[in-house]
Design a protein around this ligand. Structure first.
Ligand SMILES: [Zn+2]
Ligand SMILES: [Zn+2]
Length: 260
């Protein structure tokens, strides 16, 4: 019965998606060609990211934290797929500001294709994220953004009303990896966070200190934390801190891009 219901839901979603795509045709964010958000020609300009240790930000072949960088509540690895520039930077901007849920699907599918093709480098992340016990979660949205998203995303693209861009990406990742339990919302913002543009690393850390809290009764042991891009990593590090203090043992970050 559960299976039948799931199939009906899937068919309904496919139908709705078909309808939405007919209504809102997709164009390349870079050159305007119809068909994909990043057309095949423009995808040639995507630059793959070199992986780093999320603690010291020095090179790490497979994105794992260096043994010598281990701290009690530090991230255990970071998988970022592209450099934060050009067409993918534009796509993320659109995703954040135009609520295009289908774009999240295209970006996640594309990122998985890159990781599978480059499976030697991404092996550790792929093995961890596909483990049955690993739970996917996301960096919670700004309160103000949440309100805007909940209005427009749900209207356009059958996303749960509490949707935000990191959540939508996490959901798409779980969907493509066929994670039965989907995504768990484990964190929430405790305070309004000031815009961080122009802040030094120290000011960012101070700004984000105690900004998040756990909202789950039980924090899972293995977690993949999703965000759209990784800049200084202050947000992901603060979220990891909360998750690990709450009982998580291993936390990998996943972001589509990283600012290099
Ligand atoms: Zn194009
Ligand atoms: Zn390191």
């Amino acid at each position: 019965m559960f299976f039948v219901k799931k199939e009906i839901k899937k068919k309904a979603e496919r139908g709705l998606r078909f309808f939405l795509e007919a209504l809102f045709p997709v164009f390349c964010v870079n050159c305007g060609k119809e068909g994909l958000y990043i057309c095949e020609d423009c995808s040639l300009f995507l630059s793959e990211n070199s992986l780093i240790c999320p603690v010291c930000h020095e090179s790490s072949y497979n994105g794992k934290r260096h043994g010598c960088c281990k701290k009690r509540y530090s991230m255990d690895g970071l998988a970022s797929v592209w450099d934060h520039e050009g067409v993918v930077k534009k796509s993320i901007h659109h995703l954040k500001h135009s609520d295009v849920y289908h774009m999240a699907g295209e970006l996640i599918e594309r990122s998985l294709r890159v990781m599978i093709k480059d499976k030697e480098r991404f092996f550790d992340f792929l093995e961890f994220v596909t483990e049955e016990t690993t739970v996917i979660t996301f960096v919670p949205a700004e309160k103000k953004d949440e309100k805007i998203k909940s209005l427009s995303v749900s209207r356009l693209s059958c996303v749960p009303s509490e949707g935000c861009h990191a959540e939508v990406l996490a959901k798409k990742l779980a969907e493509f990896l066929k994670k039965e339990e989907g995504v768990q919302s484990l964190l929430e913002k405790k305070k309004e966070i000031k815009r961080q543009e122009g802040f030094t690393e120290e000011e960012k850390t101070k700004n984000l200190k105690d900004a998040f809290k756990s909202k789950a009764r039980k924090i899972p042991t293995n977690i993949v934390l999703v965000d759209d891009f990784f800049a200084t990593g202050t947000t992901m590090k603060e979220c990891t801190n909360v998750l690990k203090r709450g009982g998580a043992k291993k936390v990998w970050g996943f972001s589509l891009t990283r600012i290099v």
